[in-house]
Design a protein around this ligand. Sequence first.
Ligand code: GAL
Length: 376
Amino acid sequence: MKRIAALLVILLAFGTFAFARGEQGGAAGGGQTLIGIAMPETHVLRWQKDGASLKSIAEAQGYRAEVAYGDADQNQQNRQIQGFLTQGAKLLVVGNINDGVNSVIADAARDNVPVIAYDRLIMGSADYDYYITFNNFKVGQFQGQGIEQGLNLKSATAAAPKYITLFAGSPTDNNSKFFFDGAMSVLNPYIQSGALKVVGPYPETSADNANFQRIATENWQAPIAKTRMENLLSNDARNVTLDAVLAPNDTLARAIIEACLADAKYSGGKLPVVTGQDAEFDSALSIKNGQQYMTVFKDTAKLAEAAVLLADQILKGQTISIPGAELASGALESIGDTGRKKVKAYLLEPVIITRDNISIPVNAGFYSDAEAARLR
Ligand code: GAL
């Protein structure tokens, strides 16, 4: 019910605006303006929510909206984006899989079709101007703070160190570097003091590409993380008890926990502190049950609402103003650096979630009524 109410508020905001301007929908007026929405995958549940929210909010604003999921295959996503352009899409919202998307972003630019990079920066391209996401460095900082809090690192010493092993997200997803670097900005001082010891590869930051690639997880695939955790438990971590695992998102966190639970050392309530992000229901339940330690709530409905508002203002040639989204500047400006140009990056605020505040995504209407009932 809450989500419907929220949607009605959004509609009212858009509707009032459109009515005041005597317009309905995008530049062409009426529902004929097509917005193409290309999402990367469905095996990470958040993208199903993103795609559905983007479509419903765009249609409520009077646009025609088509959503396609790339199933972590960039060639497939490129064909889908080509299809949108062939159908005459006037704007594209793209959550890419890797920079293989650049060829079709160039096609869009050639056709004067603006592109909004959605949640993931499109690297190596100078053919678009807008990026909208959460403050992903802060997402990582929250993961680091979760480990700092869960292990009480402020009281740890080199005489009695805590042990951690590190995982990162997909190496083709630029977000993975921001998540990792945010977490390590919190953890590195404890590693340098000896209070925290790393088991397995230790890139101090993602700039150590060789070691970063060793801890990265291709296309965020849970089976890859599970197998790597099993190998760590049998080899590098065989003779220590891990106190924490830096897991970059919920899907991988649950796979890592599964591997740990199969090891007697960690069964019976002795799991390491395991981080995550996306506030997926299964992970929220795991946190409530004392298994996963924390996640990060990135309200995909708010991101979708902001992205559609941005699209609407671009299509209408208006000055861009996105309530609730900060235009990256200063130290954060690099978040929009594609390596070929600095695009305008609009950042929404993430929220750290532990056992104490699971009510935040519940009350935001992020879960179904049945799921919410199990989290209360
Ligand atoms: C990232 C995204 C995260 C994470 C991951 C998995 O780009 O920001 O929310 O879930 O993708 O698809």
